[in-house]
Design a protein around this ligand. Structure first.
Ligand code: NAD
Length: 437
């Protein structure tokens, strides 16, 4: 099938490469000339495990092309995916300016009947809005389908190739059949392709992210309760996860959720409720709990140092919003580091892949360490923010000997308190009863 993907970021590049991997002829378009030039040189502009080989293979075999030209990309695709960014506006509503610009370009360059697919996470009702934007520029027939994306950064390729399910929202049976044909190779193991109406598909995307965010906020609140009553949220999590009605995913207390999706999609859902005069109180509480949680680690560290961080050196392990990605959008580490700096501390940070992206926000205000050990050199405390694998079984004797004081704040509860004590550390976790400040 001939496929066009507009927007070559975390979602668009992965989708384009995976469709091409299955034998489709794919053109990926982006307005970012530098990104397209890099891709043409064979450089992958984002860190995403497993992406590079499938992009290179599809390019070499002539199934994947990159362009900045709408005149080239739109006539090519029978199915055209919109995968541009929809970041939050200050009001919490998604900014649809990139979606509009892309839709208008589609309209201008249509050369026949097309299926236009909203893969970006878009405000509920956007299928109609996109339809209007396109039809003001063309008389050609087209349908607008909602096909929300559920991939996780850090596991995006494998999620795309083996999705739990594919959601297709359209009232048009022909469009559904075409989409089902495109996705059939990814759904050969019984993972369903779920056909529903367009609005329900749009709601489903927000429902999933808001629900997962709610689980995290719930656990973060329980963690704060555990700190008061002397329980260990890790034990509580294990006890809960054993209940099949609850399941084991997204029950981890930590520094608050971040990334390019949860914060923005939760805000967008609240804004949608507001638009329809509906108080989505659970989602609002999720957001409020997260804002509190983002400050929680800082408060623990500050309390430990008697309210004064001036002149202290804090080592930070992990900057990206989660492991296996270089994405720094809404990363909890940014909030934390800004607070440390505000209070007069200096920061030595290390992340295996996100340092360049972190520099764009933090500039030269912190020391970017050469290794995880370099980040702890002379530090008064180490704060683990992102649970990259290499931090899990670090050489803690080496860490301790390099630090000014052997104090560790484990923002993801990846360490066993007893082991840390044995290694000579004063240990604090999130919601870990007696290991609370
Ligand atoms: P991104 O910022 O990584 O990529 C967006 C790309 O779109 C950029 O390369 C940008 O240059 C390009 N772009 C902007 N305007 C354009 C235009 N008019 N024409 C062509 N290209 C244009 O964003 P992302 O993380 O890939 O997210 C894209 C969408 O998918 C968002 O709506 C997001 O909410 C949704 N989503 C993201 C994820 C994720 O994990 N990142 C998961 C599911 C859904």
């Amino acid at each position: 099938m001939k496929v066009t993907v507009i927007g070559t970021g975390y979602v668009g590049l992965v989708a384009g490469a995976c469709f091409a991997d299955n034998g489709n002829q794919v053109v990926c378009l982006d307005i970012d000339q530098k990104k397209i030039d890099a891709l043409r040189r064979g450089e992958i502009p984002i860190y995403e495990p497993g992406l590079e080989p499938i992009v290179k293979k599809a390019v070499t075999e002539g199934r994947l092309h990159f362009t900045t030209s709408y005149a080239e990309a739109i006539p090519h695709g029978e199915v055209i995916f919109l995968a541009v960014g929809t970041p939050s506006l200050p009001s919490g509503e998604p900014n649809t300016q990139y979606l509009k610009a892309a839709a208008e370009e589609i309209g201008r360059h249509m050369n026949g009947a097309k299926i236009i697919v909203n893969k970006s996470t878009v405000p509920i009702g956007s299928h109609q809005v996109v339809r209007d934007w396109i039809s003001s520029y063309t008389k050609h027939a087209f349908d607008v389908v909602s096909n929300p994306e559920f991939l996780k950064e850090g596991a995006a390729v494998s999620d795309f190739l083996h999705p739990d399910r594919v959601v297709i929202g359209t009232e048009n049976e022909e469009s559904y059949k075409k989409m089902a044909e495109l996705y059939a190779p990814f759904c050969r193991q019984g993972n369903p392709i779920i056909w529903m109406d367009t609005v329900s598909a749009e709601v489903t995307k927000y429902a999933c992210n808001a629900f997962l965010a709610t689980r995290i906020s719930f656990m973060n609140e329980l963690a704060r309760l555990c700190e008061k009553v002397g329980g260990d949220v890790e034990a509580v999590r294990t006890g809960m996860a054993g209940d099949v009605r609850i399941g084991k995913h997204f029950l981890y207390a930590g520094p608050g959720y971040g990334g390019s999706c949860f914060p923005k999609d939760v805000k967008a859902l609240i804004a949608t409720g507001r638009k329809f005069d509906l108080d989505l109180s659970i989602v609002t509480a999720t957001e409020n709990a997260n804002e509190k949680q983002k400050k929680h680690l800082v408060q623990q560290v500050t309390r430990y140092f008697g309210g004064n961080l001036s002149g202290k050196t804090i080592g930070v392990w992990g900057l990206s919003f989660k492991p296996n990605t270089d994405d720094m959008r809404d990363a909890p580490a940014l909030v934390l580091i800004e607070e440390f700096l505000k209070m007069g501390a200096s920061v030595r940070a290390f992340d295996p892949v996100a340092m360049d992206n972190a520099k764009e926000t933090l500039g030269d205000r912190i020391h970017y360490a050469k290794s995880s050990y370099d980040a702890t050199e002379g530090a008064d405390a180490l704060v683990l923010v992102t649970e990259w694998n290499e931090f899990r079984q670090a050489d803690f004797t080496r860490v301790r000997l390099g630090m000014k004081r052997p104090v560790i704040f484990d923002g993801r509860n990846i360490y066993l308190p007893a082991k840390m004590k044995e290694a000579g550390f004063t240990y604090f976790g999130v919601g870990r009863g007696k290991y609370s400040v």
